[in-house]
Write a protein that binds this ligand. Structure first.
Ligand code: NDP
Ligand code: X2W
Length: 345
């Protein structure tokens, strides 16, 4: 059995890692950490886990955890992850980092959007953990930079069009809407029920820290520089991201032709579902699962294509993708532990 530790287990992505990994046949969870809940059984932190996991929350002692774990999931806020990731790697663990600390390839860009980085020497080694693009590199990786939730939804939505150079990269506009769990479990004014319920607002306009991450990956697909207008919105639901992506087509293509391209591109990707014909993604269809649903419409009136994608921010946007990466790194089948059928309604 593979021994895994979940560092930052009392957060939302930590809870989701636990939900997925308690049912994983190749994994034994050996350690969960939380500073605030040290000594408390994790099922008391998350009563939903009663009967599934009775590990006690431990402090974050890198040496003590590394002595027991083969793989460490760091589900910590960015800036905190970089304080512990190098120690786990030095001790011989594989690390899947859910934070943004190792996603960017350029140290100056990281510093501009976050803060000075304390282990930029790991940037070159870290593999951006989007299996639909980097499965080969993930297989032999020691450090996975698990992608951001918004970036996952946007990159998967636009990859086929950019790879085939069918859209003008200068015309890209993306609107994304996220459920409130995207902001984490920490107490924040904007996450309070009365602040978010029945409201719907844009935030981080022209300044959201996922912009450089999305641009980095889209530029690599398009083999040209990308400048993106990215506007996230806070949606008053617990989970789910719906991204709407607009771009000018460089040649006339019908919706059916483009859908065919997407079907071919993702034919071997079991977690990407290209919606048939008129159907469009809905966060209600993927809740709790590792699916990314994609639909599109080619608009002859404007010459633009509009691509819609939907993911669960905590699953394909975080914990599910992290487990998918672990499966690939460890030679397991990609979908082990992730074969959840969506519930509806
Ligand atoms: N929520 C989402 O949809 C997504 C989140 N992510 C990223 O995943 C990471 C975790 O997110 P999420 O679970 O939402 O965050 P939460 O705020 O819900 O949880 C954070 C966890 O880290 C622990 N923690 C916080 N600060 C520190 C610290 N300085 N040292 C040690 N432990 C600490 C907390 O426990 P305690 O304070 O008890 O120690 C808690 O267990 C973040 O980097 C986030 O940006 C990525 C994609 C999607
Ligand atoms: C709704 C909400 O607040 N979402 C978060 C993004 C989610 C996230 O955790 O992003 P990282 O993985 O890059 O940290 C935000 O806008 O900052």
């Amino acid at each position: 059995m593979l021994k895994v530790a979940i560092v930052g287990a009392s957060g939302y992505t930590g809870a989701e890692l636990l939900r997925i990994l308690v049912g994983h046949p190749e994994v034994e969870i050996c350690c969960v950490t939380s500073r605030q809940h040290e000594g408390l059984p994790i099922h008391q932190v998350f009563p939903s886990l009663s009967g599934f996991c009775d590990l006690l929350c431990e402090p974050l002692d890198v040496a003590a955890i590394a002595a027991r774990a083969d793989v460490v999931f760091t589900a910590l806020p960015h800036k905190s992850a970089m304080e512990v990731v190098p120690g786990f790697l030095d001790a011989g663990c594989k690390v899947i980092d859910l934070s943004a600390d190792y996603r960017l390839k350029d140290q100056d860009v990281y510093q501009q959007w976050y803060q000075p980085h304390t282990s930029p020497e790991l940037f070159a080694e870290a593999v951006y953990g989007l299996p639909e693009l980097y499965a080969e590199q993930i297989r032999s990786a020691r450090l996975i930079a698990n992608p951001g939730c918004y970036p996952t939804s946007v990159i998967l939505a636009l990859a086929p069009l950019l790879e085939e150079q069918l859209i003008d990269p200068k015309t890209l506009i993306v609107d994304s809407k996220s459920g409130v769990s995207g902001a984490g479990r920490g107490v924040k004014l904007g996450s309070l029920f009365c602040e978010s319920n029945e409201g719907f607002k844009a935030y981080g306009i022209a300044s959201h820290r996922h912009t450089p991450e999305i641009e980095q990956e889209l530029a690599s697909l398009a083999a040209t520089d990308i400048r993106l207008s990215f506007t996230p919105h806070l949606l008053p639901v617990n989970r789910g991201i719906l991204s709407t992506c607009y771009a000018d087509l460089l040649e006339t293509k019908s919706s059916d032709e483009l859908l065919d391209l997407y079907r071919q591109r993702y034919a071997d990707e079991q977690f990407v579902r290209v919606m048939p014909g008129e159907q469009l993604p809905n966060i209600a269809y993927i809740r709790g699962t590792n699916f990314c649903d994609i639909g599109l419409v080619s608009d002859p009136h404007t010459g633009r294509v509009i691509v819609i994608s939907a993911i669960d921010n905590l699953v394909k946007g975080a914990a599910g993708q992290a487990v998918q990466n672990m499966n690939i790194m460890c030679g397991f089948k990609d979908a082990i532990g992730l074969g959840i059928v969506p519930m509806f309604p």
